[in-house]
Design a protein around this ligand. Sequence first.
Ligand SMILES: [Zn+2]
Length: 112
Amino acid sequence: MSHESVRENLEKEKENLVKELDYYKKEDPYLSPDRNTSNTLDDDITEIEGHDRITATRINLKERLGDVKKALVSIEDGSYGECKSCGKKIPAERLIAMPTALYCIECNKKLG
Ligand SMILES: [Zn+2]
């Protein structure tokens, strides 16, 4: 697998993540322009739950987007596929399973 095809996949993933983030931003009841401020308690609970769930999803998406961006940068600077900690080559199977991997399996374990 060449880095070029990896880059294409990562660019696609980046686009999807940006779209998803945009979608969840709109879904967040706290950010809704027609948010009803005179909610009943039941509405409040639903709203808080919705907000928490969406916030957790957005944090996860942002982390993934950050990883994708880092991977893209490392393709640009030619360090893609090298462990950021020990500098060894990350095994191809690991990169196929997880194209945004920044560390080899051993360092990943150490870093937790
Ligand atoms: Zn390593």
